[in-house]
Design a binder for this molecule. Structure first.
Ligand code: CMP
Length: 147
């Protein structure tokens, strides 16, 4: 996987529970991203703490960890040129009240916490986050020789 050509996203518990996985995947596909790894799983509290360790000093950390381990999530690696920035544009502002019309969070988020999807904020974090959920044998970049 080439840095800059992929990003990591996670469909969050409320969106999964409300049946928004397929509609969100449709938006992602329509925007030109290719799914190169995907799994449904449920994070333990400890895994959610590790995934969001960067936010551990924030006042919302405990609530965030509780929410993210409250039900199944869908972890996805996406391939596209300029993936990180293009995906952040597609999902919109963290707070759905500030998200532009047409963005995934505007359409599917309930609140700043239950904001439907996570998206990596840098190429470096995309790699860390993809590796958190997937081994090298579970990611299938386009244009790689499978023979
Ligand atoms: P995400 O993109 O997954 O990255 C960190 C998450 O923390 C963010 O989406 C929100 O779900 C959550 N978050 C950020 N700010 C707040 C806040 N002020 N209150 C509650 N949750 C927040």
């Amino acid at each position: 996987m080439k840095s800059g050509e992929f990003t990591f996203t996670m469909i969050k518990p409320t969106a999964v529970r409300l049946g928004k996985l397929v509609p969100i995947l449709h938006e992602i596909d329509h925007a030109g991203f290719t799914v190169i790894a995907m799994k449904m799983t449920r994070l333990s509290r400890e895994q959610a703490e590790r995934f969001y360790a960067i936010h551990k000093e924030r006042p919302f950390f405990d609530e965030l960890v509780c929410f993210m381990s409250s039900g199944p999530v869908v972890a996805i690696v996406l391939q596209k040129e300029n993936a990180v920035l293009d995906f952040r544009k597609l999902i919109g502002n963290t707070n759905p009240q500030n998200a532009e019309e047409g963005t995934i969070r505007k359409k599917f988020a309930i609140s700043v916490q239950e904001n439907a999807v996570h998206g990596s904020d840098s190429d470096e974090n995309a790699l860390i986050e993809a590796n958190f959920f997937f081994s090298q044998f579970e990611i299938f970049p386009l244009n790689e020789d499978f023979s």
